[in-house]
Design a protein around this ligand. Sequence first.
Ligand SMILES: Nc1ncnc2c1ncn2[C@@H]1O[C@H](COP(=O)(O)OP(=O)(O)OP(=O)(O)O)[C@@H](O)[C@H]1O
Length: 575
Amino acid sequence: MGPRNLFLTNLPESSNDCEDNPTRNRGFSKRGDNDLDPDECMQRTGGLFGSRRPALSGTGNGDTSQSRSGSGSERDSWKSEAEGGESSDTQGPKVTYIPPPPPEDEDSIFAHYQTGINFDKYDTILVEVSGHDAPPAILTFEEANLCQTLNNNIAKAGYTKLTPVQKYSIPIILAGRDLMACAQTGSGKTAAFLLPILAHMMHDGITASRFKELQEPECIIVAPTRELVNQIYLEARKFSFGTCVRAVVIYGGTQLGHSIRQIVQGCNILCATPGRLMDIIGKEKIGLKQIKYLVLDEADRMLDMGFGPEMKKLISCPGMPSKEQRQTLMFSATFPEEIQRLAAEFLKSNYLFVAVGQVGGACRDVQQTVLQVGQFSKREKLVEILRNIGDERTMVFVETKKKADFIATFLCQEKISTTSIHGDREQREREQALGDFRCGKCPVLVATSVAARGLDIENVQHVINFDLPSTIDEYVHRIGRTGRCGNTGRAISFFDLESDNHLAQPLVKVLTDAQQDVPAWLEEIAFSTYIPGFSGSTRGNVFASVDTRKGKSSLNTAGFSSSQAPNPVDDESWD
Ligand SMILES: Nc1ncnc2c1ncn2[C@@H]1O[C@H](COP(=O)(O)OP(=O)(O)OP(=O)(O)O)[C@@H](O)[C@H]1O
């Protein structure tokens, strides 16, 4: 195998507050004070595991091998990227990895970072709610009338104010309505669905318990990547702390038997990647009859051709309540119109659509810079930028798994502390890489799209698109790894005239909508490149700025409940 799996983290000699891992390796620090031979650097595996925040805690039992080579073309293997190439019919060695359980101490469970200076600016964002009979937004957690334990956990998590998506989503979900919610990256969509679901479960009571032969969870939450479902699990564990609700997480690349053992101990909320979930259902390790809530996080990704077929299989499984009998919730920062139409198959016809700001728009707390850089100049430019950045946490996105290893190795040889995450790395390595990055041992993480969505990592100050993605939606998600929860961040993208011209128009739109400077050369390309159907406005195929049902909508600002908001204007003038 090429350097792909030999590539390792570079760790400074001195340890810091991260847990040491017996297989921890040494390597280069940015300051280059421990000059390991690059080859030796390549001989070591693993890295650090654990960080100030709870570690990943997937569970599972080796049922299927993990594809060690991306099947099909690199770009087409996005799904195998997310699942790490795992599927029940993949040949290869048995997966035996069992992630260690997350820390159980309260400090770790409630570890969180501070909201940023722009958190209060959320209240100025226009919110559009479309669909009929929408309950009014709430302005405070108290208005949600949650139980004391939940309120205690919210306070311990450092939440004092609701974000816009929470103000509108929580009452809608408490009212039992289906919901499609779009809000910018880093604006609290996870709590927006977890809190009302937990409130319902606490109020209505739960059935699944450790003493049941067959576990029948009340809630299933699916997301496209292992690291993201684990992150959602840790949030569910946080907010359900001290309650009888038990959350479990299962994902590919880990031993299946361990997943099963976790489930049989009691499973009310199951956080899962699609591949592992369908394995567990196929083996009848859970029943679906008690499902009350089905949540699709990064929903547009879950419904596209990558995971759409598996999602359709899921809702057709024996025992799965129909869309009329369950509550279905979909969340994402992007939601193209054609995907919205696909979503209708999963949602009750009277679902509500909440759009916080421009659907598909970038978070305005991210300062975006686009540089024209040809492919042969990218590495030099990357090193120049990273040397200027110093030790601030930076995610570098590349388009293929091979390139992730290559660039990470290259940076290693440039004595820049770097690690990598992509779908061909063992799950253990992926989790170690994330742990090294989270705790700052490796301030640079080179990643493919497997890390583009959802990951909430403290202090990511910079995102560099070494390669621009193929779609503008993925661009929005990638740069959203920084500038989260009112904090500011910076994104720098290398625009290659040979391959990125198709992105020029949507990129200009995203930059303009986010009040960013648009380079003249990019504008020129944008308006000299004709893309059928793109009118440069929100009505183009690029963004669905309104509910594609074109239903009745009310335009509110996040700072008001609908009763106080300015008179709703016709969504024609929305954009
Ligand atoms: N009301 C709140 N007050 C303070 N912090 C919050 C609040 N809601 C969420 N957060 C924090 O903000 C961060 C981002 O939340 P979350 O990951 O749910 O964002 P998101 O909208 O799902 O982002 P993405 O679109 O990238 O998935 C998390 O660290 C979360 O704990």
